[in-house]
Design a protein around this ligand. Sequence first.
Ligand code: FAD
Length: 447
Amino acid sequence: MSNSKHQIVVIGGGTGGIMVAAQLLRAKKGLDVAIIEPSEQHGYQPAWTLVGAGLMKKSDTIKPEKKVMPKKATWIKEYVETINPDENEVVLKNGDKITYDYLIAAPGIQINLDGIEGLKETFGKNGVCSNYVDPDYTWEVLQNTKSGVALFTQPATPIKCPGAPQKIMYLSADYFRRNNRTDVQPVFATPGTVIFGTEPFKTELTHYINDVYNIPQRYGYKLVKVDGEKKEAHYERMALPDGRTDYVVNDERNAAGCIGYVWDGQEQYVVEEENNHIDELKDGTHFIIKFDMLHLAPPQSAPSWFQKTKLANPDGPNKGWMAVDEGTLQSRYYPNVFGVGDVTDLPTARTGAAIRKQAPTIVKNLLNVMDGKEADYKGYNGYSSCPLVVSHNRMLLAEFKYGNVRSSDPLLSKFFDLGKASYPMWLMKRYGLPMLYWQAMLKGYQF
Ligand SMILES: Cc1cc2nc3c(=O)[nH]c(=O)nc-3n(C[C@H](O)[C@H](O)[C@H](O)COP(=O)(O)OP(=O)(O)OC[C@H]3O[C@@H](n4cnc5c(N)ncnc54)[C@H](O)[C@@H]3O)c2cc1C
């Protein structure tokens, strides 16, 4: 056991930790920055959507952590076990204690496979897959799905990149179509109440899900159980807002057309034809969808150890997530601490794109605090973005800020209609964004 001290300690060498550390070291020479990161590898997670659809290799999305560590930072290769902010101290798994003057928390999000009954037991087999954990297995399942229901779903907890569960659905539907697998019926089931919160992206995605791919949808559907052996996903219905009752969307057309089941007007589907692809049943409070392929985002939370620290919200709807100021990203409880990325309680989508806009705000405020000033630069406006790949050659770049208000890039908007999915945006997703990530964002360049 040993103790050491650093001026600035960063917890996590993922997207947020590396980006903020690199920008700090560019902004001011001579800073003593230590990054605590246990992993030997750094992944570019946004590309895992493409890996799951066979459009990129997983190995092309991973680099050794040492290649992304800023040269002037000290890398402490260990897990953080807890933070004692009253003592300005971080305790590591090996018992070491690191003290700091300033702390940046960026430990990311925790995947909780045991958050849904039966999921842990069946995950990674029986066609139950997730790009969030193992996109190579998604690709394997996708290739092996030749008939039946391909169900795409997500939990009722907050998740990182909330658009990712539907991106893989569009890519899969596109794959089935290009490979003439007309016997596969994709289905989308979400606890959410709309396909997307911001216009004009909502209209464009509605066009894709209904008109282009003809995908039946379930809204207000909370996944409560996965039975891998029986290939069943169990849902409970949540209340929809404004007295809405449209839990089921785009089914009538399918019932009249190719799928062969109808809603009986009350609570059950009645199979009309022999070759039906979807067989939704009701058992007590459970609505059960049978699947051949199930892609899901697992339930997620702030890391368990982090939830117990004094930096986390102790109660309320954001319980466990890091309490930060929405504009300055300073801890709401400790002025020498800042938070970035997925662990924070910011009311916007948790993405790497959001971090790109959060990092400069933290740098400016932290340097102010170091100079004895206030952290009063409210530079972050909730910006986040979601590159919604809707096929193997089309992408819709949805950019928004707090309140789900559209916030498309003014320069890009001059050249492209960003309300529509397009080929140039696809090129940006496949080639441009990965290059910007590795060569600019992680190296501390602001843009
Ligand atoms: C399938 C998928 C698709 C996505 N698509 C997009 C997209 O298209 N666009 C987009 O912008 N974003 C996308 N994202 C989200 C994006 O990758 C994350 O929001 C971003 O990586 C979050 O950065 P972070 O620094 O908060 O967490 P991470 O990048 O996950 O980093 C957290 C780091 O903390 C480390 N850590 C964990 N526990 C400890 C501990 N106890 N002690 C020390 N270190 C620890 C981890 O090893 C990790 O390196 C996607 C994510 C997924 C999974």
